[in-house]
Design a protein around this ligand. Sequence first.
Ligand code: KIV
Length: 289
Amino acid sequence: MSTTFQLDTATSRANPTPAPMKRLTVPAIRRRKKDGVTAEPIVMLTAYTARQAQLLDAHCDLLLVGDSLGQVIYGLPSSVPVTLDMMIAHGAAVVRGSYHAAVIVDMPFGSYEQSPQQAFENAARLLKETGCAGVKLEGGEAMAETVRFLNERGIPVMGHIGLTPQAVNVLGGYNARGRSEAEAAKIVADAQALDEAGAFSVVIEGVVEPIAIAATQAIACPSIGIGGSAQCDGQVLVTEDMLGMFERVPRFVKRYADMASVISEAAAQYAQQVRDRSFPGVEQTYQPK
Ligand code: KIV
């Protein structure tokens, strides 16, 4: 599969082809943090479709094809049922729709926990079949051996600790982590274990702020916060959450738009025009050359 950015100029939905430019690489992202300081914070958003990727790409350093697509796209109750095939289909679409940001694809639940070998086999499929730059997987110390195994075999890995949604059945919900001393110490140890194993960055999700800061300071690679701290080396949000597509979002999400209302109002206007036959006729909307 070609990873070259190409738009389908045969359809009316194509954008003008953007000026060719080099995609950001994982080593370039990793180098943003130098001697514990990230002068230019890392911008990451989730993307699941080609058009979404086209719109977000120029603004982001990283596009994450998150397994949150289970809830956001497929209406599933959690990310647990998400499959590798779903991640491959959406990952390939996002790579096709972007040319600047490095694209990272989530390894779904059940595709990497069994052994480093299982993880390699499935991560290699993600890289080969989507053209993505790296993978993300959840878990700290328990996943360090797997992270090292993948990294040493050419697969860049982003870690994900704190509130790890794939473990919702063990955690019992989506509450913030790091409130007890033991939990806080474990989060910092998880970050260090992933860093030492070669993770190029670590997502710290749903962690009380002092622990998100402590974990960020304890690692050489950049941390990416989501419900952590503004002091993390970068930030990520689920795009649909920050666009205001859902009524219920995690408390830490800032809405930058109200897309749910925009879509609902547009659909209501269209429905009204169809029903009262004021919908524009062909001669008003289509001008043959
Ligand atoms: O699946 C996802 O979208 C994620 C981000 C929320 C970090 O893992």
